[in-house]
Ligand binder design. Structure first.
Ligand SMILES: [Zn+2]
Length: 243
């Protein structure tokens, strides 16, 4: 799963295509995309790992999953999985899954769970965490797509470090004030990260992700990699309290 912030960064780059008419849509999957030919893009938005191209009666979702990428007016050596062509430009998508849905994105996706969406509802997330994930460790609960959307490895590590919470703390043992601070830290950091992607300074600005020592106390940073999904989390054992 990629950072929701990276997907928002990509979505922002595409905003000039809003209001433009697609001249042709092509994909190598063999799916018929002719419904998209010669129609106008009403909106372009995102949710977690998805970017939506919204048309009048239906929308297209592009799933960037773990390694999806896009290029505007450029192409890779390998054939694009999907392309949107315009009279004077094109967008090429790689390693993305493309789907057409009837209706609107809000009919299918819970935008208030997305930490990068203006509709994000922190109180709902807090009560969900406390009610349904009390016995889970917080590091895992943050990645649960029913509670939060938009967390990648980077936001998870950096938000827990900023809130001084050890990822293996059980949700029920963490004081409510600390969880609220964690949620606020995650939302703020995810927003900052969108800018950092734009300025190519993600690694330089990260405090402990992919680092060897804690900037505060010079402790050695621990790294844990989950065997089942290869996700990484970095921890400062001194700064982050285990509840
Ligand atoms: Zn530290």
């Amino acid at each position: 799963m990629q950072e929701g912030s990276f997907i928002v960064f990509l979505k922002n780059k595409l905003q000039r295509f809003k209001g433009q008419t697609v001249s042709r849509a092509t994909g190598k999957s063999g799916t018929d995309f002719s419904a998209i030919d010669f129609i106008k893009i009403i909106d372009i938005n995102s949710f977690g790992n998805l970017i939506f191209f919204v048309f009048n009666d239906f929308f297209l979702s592009m799933n960037f999953e773990n390694s999806g990428s896009l290029l505007v007016n450029k192409s890779k050596k390998t054939e694009a999985d999907f392309s949107l062509h315009f009279p004077h430009s094109e967008i090429n998508f790689y390693s993305c899954e493309t789907q057409i849905h009837q209706g609107k994105p809000t009919d299918f996706f819970q935008f208030p769970t997305d930490i990068l969406n203006q509709k994000f509802d922190g109180e709902l997330a807090l009560s969900q965490l406390q009610q349904s994930f009390a016995d889970e460790n917080i590091g895992n609960a943050l990645m649960n797509q029913n509670v939060f959307v938009g967390f990648g490895d980077l936001v998870r590590t950096e938000a827990l470090y900023r809130a001084k919470i050890h990822p293996e703390s059980l949700v029920k043992n963490i004081p409510e004030k600390k969880i609220i601070f964690l949620i606020i830290s995650a939302v703020n950091y995810a927003d900052e990260l969108v800018e950092q992607y734009k300025n190519d300074e993600v690694n330089a600005k990260a405090l402990i992700f992919d680092k060897k020592i804690c900037p505060k106390d010079k402790s050695e940073i621990q790294v844990k990699i989950s065997s089942e999904n290869n996700r990484k989390i970095y921890i400062c054992p001194k700064c982050q309290k285990l509840f």
